[in-house]
Design a binder for this molecule. Sequence first.
Ligand code: CO
Length: 304
Amino acid sequence: MNVFDDTEDTDLAVKSFMRSGEICRRVREEGAKLVMIDASLLEAAEEIEELIRKAGGEPAFPCNISVNEQAAHSTPSFGDKQVFGEKDVVKLDLGAHVDGFVADTAITIDLSGENGKLVEASKTALDNAISIIHAGAQTRDIGSEIASAIESYKFKPIRNLSGHGVGEYVVHMEPSIPNYRTPHTVELKEGDVIALEPFASTGAGMIREDRRTEIFSFERPSPVRNQTARQIIEHVASDRQNLPFAERWLYKRWPEFSIKLALRELLTSNAFRGYPILKEDRGTLVSQHEHTLIVEKDSCKVIT
Ligand code: CO
C-alpha cells in the first residue's frame, strides 16, 4: 500500500509499519539462532511465532521454514518430527503485523557452511536492489539489478517468485517486484511499502507446487455443510481476517480428523485458499533474503 493513500492516517500507518518492521528485525536475529543441526523445525517455528507475540505483534503469516530445494510456503505440520540436517540450506521467512500493518523479512542459514556463495548471491541482490530504490524507480530496473547480481555468482534468480507490496491485513499486493528482467514495469511512488525478496538457485530458477499444503487463508464466506468447517470459518475470519494461517494452529481447538475433513470442504467451496509448498527440483539449493521498505523521494527506508 501507499502510506499517503489515506492522508488522515499516514502517521499511524508509518508508525505501525515501523513497529512491525522492528519486531521482524529482532525476531529474525533471535530466530536464526534456533536453526541448528538436529533442532526441531516445529519447535523453531512455534518459538518464532511466540517471539513475535511477546514483542507486541501478531504473526502476519505462519513462520516459513523452507529447506534446500524448497523456496517458500513451507511450515511444519502438527506433530512434525523433522530436524535440521547438517547440510541444510534453511530459509527463515517471517512476518509480523501491528494493528494490521504488515512487515515481511527473510534470511538464509547455511548449516554446512559450504554454500557461502549461494547465500551471498541473494544477499547482494537484495542490497543492490535496495540501493537503487527511490520515488520514480521502475520495477523492471529492480528486477534487472537482482538478476545481474545473482548471475554474477553463476546462479539463477527464481523467475516465478517476486517481491510485493504489503498493506493493512494484506501480505501480497501490487506492485509486484520481479526478480529478473521483464518487459512489464511499474513506477514506484513515494510512500509505497514494498517487500523485496530475491531467491538464488543452483537449479533452473523456476519453482513449482508441491503436493503438500500447510498454509491457508480465508477468502470469502461460503455456505458449507460440515459443522467444524462452519466453526473454522468463523474463527479464522475473526482471528486472521484474510491473513494466512497454519493448519497446525487449528489443532488447539479441533481434532485432527475433523480438521482434515473440514479443510477439504473449505477448499472445494473456495471459502479458503491453500498455499502449497513451492520448490525447485530435488537436489537443487535455494537461498533467499528479504526486507520490507518504504519508498522515499531519493532513496528508501528499510524497516526490517
Ligand atoms: Co514476502
